[in-house]
Design a protein around this ligand. Structure first.
Ligand SMILES: Nc1ncnc2c1ncn2[C@@H]1O[C@H](COP(=O)(O)OP(=O)(O)O)[C@@H](O)[C@H]1O
Ligand SMILES: [Mg+2]
Length: 254
């Protein structure tokens, strides 16, 4: 079982979109995939069709962290065909409630170590370098970093990579940076071109070759509880995520 965290402390860079479509693509290629929604906004849970408003704390990932609930007991099967440990807004209290707990950075790791039967676990992280994200980094084998090529984004990636280095030193020596994923890519914009140059100088081969172009179908698909592959297989979005998944399968030797 490989655990992959999708993280960037910046919001709106396509973490959730990337988690969803990578998961859907890997499931179609025959892997058994589990989503873990670690964002209190719960947009991944919502996108796969979980009714998040109705969930008790102990029916979400919060129960694993706070009350040591067995993760196998709260996994939901979804319309989309991919299992999920959902989240909801209750999780926004996690930083406060978990902050004083013993081994607070390892709560998710302890929980997920009880999982059985999955090839790939994808953790959708919140837009913050919070205790929740630290828990994801402690549990994960690999981090993927979606980045929208714009100036503020580059600085953010540097900070994130420094945090991951610290994580390796103190909490999870086996953690690797699986790659930077360029998202919301608009090839004709000048600012995007100059930003890509800086990103390539700084992060080189860490960046996946595939760039995920801006594509309206990627925005629409979750409204219909569908991955891009079911919603619009002929879209640029399906083509780009398909190509990215091929790269991931090769990099991770899945
Ligand atoms: N390649 C893309 N083209 C167009 N819209 C996108 C693309 N990727 C993501 N989006 C949209 O951008 C917004 C932010 O994406 P999201 O995945 O929710 O980011 P995050 O999880 O990092 O906050 C969402 O409305 C999403 O549908
Ligand atoms: Mg998100």
């Amino acid at each position: 079982m490989k655990i992959i965290a999708i993280a960037n402390q910046k919001g709106g860079v396509a973490k959730t979109t990337t988690t969803l479509n990578i998961g859907a693509g890997l499931e179609k290629s025959g892997k058994k995939v589990l989503f873990v929604d670690l964002d209190p906004q719960a947009s991944l849970s919502d996108a796969v069709g979980v009714v998040i408003e109705d969930l008790e704390e102990n029916e979400t990932v919060y129960g694993i962290l706070k009350d040591n609930i067995d993760p196998m007991s709260i996994i939901q099967e979804t319309e989309m065909g991919i299992d999920i440990i959902p989240s909801n807004i209750n999780l926004s209290a996690a930083d406060l409630t978990l902050g004083g707990m013993m081994a607070r950075e390892r709560l998710l790791l302890d929980g997920l170590s009880q999982l059985k039967g999955y090839d790939i676990v994808l953790i959708d992280c919140p837009p913050a370098l919070s205790l929740l994200t630290i828990n994801a980094f402690t549990a994960a084998d690999t981090v993927y970093i979606p980045v929208q090529p714009e100036m503020m984004g580059v600085k953010g990636v540097k900070l994130l990579l420094r945090t991951i280095e610290n994580m390796k030193r103190h909490l999870n020596p086996k953690l690797t940076v699986g790659g930077v994923i360029i998202t919301l890519y608009e090839p004709t914009l000048k600012v995007v071109k100059s930003c890509m140059k800086i990103l390539e100088e700084q992060f080189g081969d860490t960046i996946f070759k595939t760039r995920i172009r801006k594509n309206a179908a990627l925005k629409e698909a979750p409204i219909f509880r569908q991955s891009i592959f079911d919603y619009e297989i002929n879209s640029n979005g399906a083509q780009d995520y398909g190509q990215l998944i091929a790269e991931i399968i090769e990099r991770e030797q899945l």
